[in-house]
Design a protein around this ligand. Structure first.
Ligand code: SD4
Length: 318
């Protein structure tokens, strides 16, 4: 059995590549890295890698992580600037015994020493988004943070090895140096080949309050199906946050166990995700939470066409 599951529609091209590799017996680490890089390199996805939206100071600071479910090795970078593929740097760091999570300048220095590709990650399009948002925020006091989608994946190969990985520009207009859940083990991702893995997208500050990816893996260890584990964890955290703090941020989780069974849960409208397994061709679903149960529907061709159209539509400065 093999399989890969990922947050958001933007991951489908990447998981299609990974699926081809997995079919031929590729290593889960190689497949997930290829899949994440595909998303990082696509300039029109404005919340991951090249073309990612900048922080308050108009700098693109990226977070990424990689975890090996066999060895439990973890590598992560946070607030790294000017490198093309944060996921590859994170994976490289996962081989270190110590110093495997590096931030900012330290991460950049390591990447330089290891010969990773430097790249200015701020596109003209992202600059226009930034300038428009600055104006909107000044004029209407809107929330600056909307428009954030992290790519998070869990992958199982034919040898039974599982991996998890994330990559993101985090929240649009975040403070310089702000780090979200995505590079934080247990919150943005977790994987154990003996059980399964999970990964998150949404408001990092709230996802971290529940160590939610670890919680899902823990529930799967108790014997829960990934779908049930995701629903329990998301619904519980959503309820706790509302009860204690009055509101809950966006929480969306994907998971897969070591049999290739998968699950997804969200507390928002219109969360999309992509999945491919030995039994399913790469496919995009939309999911919604109806009284605690998450219902997945295959995305229509119209929805998929519209998605690409809006992502690539010309953008003008307001
Ligand atoms: C963060 N969780 O940095 C990320 C952002 C995200 O959908 O996933 N948005 O908080």
């Amino acid at each position: 059995m093999w399989g890969i599951i990922a947050t958001w529609r933007m991951a489908v091209e990447g998981i299609t590549e990974a699926d081809k590799m997995l079919k031929n017996g590729a290593d889960s680490g190689d497949a997930i890295e290829v899949a994440i890089k595909e998303v990082e390199n696509f300039p029109y996805y404005k919340s991951v890698g090249y073309g990612g939206l900048p922080n308050e100071e108009m700098e693109v600071e990226l977070d990424a992580a990689y975890m090996d479910g066999d060895t439990l090795d973890i590598g992560a970078v946070a607030a790294i600037k000017d490198y093309a593929n944060p996921i590859s740097i994170a994976r490289r760091l996962s081989h270190e015994k110590v110093n495997c999570m590096l931030v900012g300048e330290g991460a950049e220095k390591f990447a330089h020493k290891e010969g990773f590709e430097r790249k200015n990650m701020l596109t003209d399009r992202a600059k226009i988004h930034y300038k428009n948002r600055v104006k909107e925020v000044q004029q209407q006091e809107i929330k600056p943070y909307s428009g954030h989608d992290t790519v998070g994946m869990v992958c199982l190969d034919t040898h039974g090895k599982m991996t998890a990985a994330t990559s993101t520009s985090g929240l649009f207009m975040k403070k310089k140096g702000r780090v979200g859940d995505s590079p934080i083990s247990g919150s943005g991702f977790y994987v154990d080949s003996k059980i399964g893995g999970a990964s998150a997208t949404g408001l990092g500050e709230d996802l971290m309050k529940g160590c939610i990816s670890y919680e899902i893996v823990r529930l799967m260890k108790e014997g829960k199906h990934p779908q049930e584990a995701c629903e329990i964890a998301v619904n519980n955290l959503d309820e706790e946050l509302k009860a204690r703090r009055g509101k809950a941020g966006d929480l969306s989780l994907i998971a897969m166990n070591n049999k290739g069974e998968w699950g997804v849960a969200t507390n928002i409208e219109g969360f999309s995700f992509a999945v491919a397994t030995e039994n399913e061709e790469p496919i995009v679903y939309l999911t919604k939470n109806v009284n605690g149960k998450c219902i997945h529907e295959v995305a229509s061709q119209e929805w998929l066409d519209n998605y690409m159209k809006t992502r690539t539509a010309p953008l003008e400065e307001k």
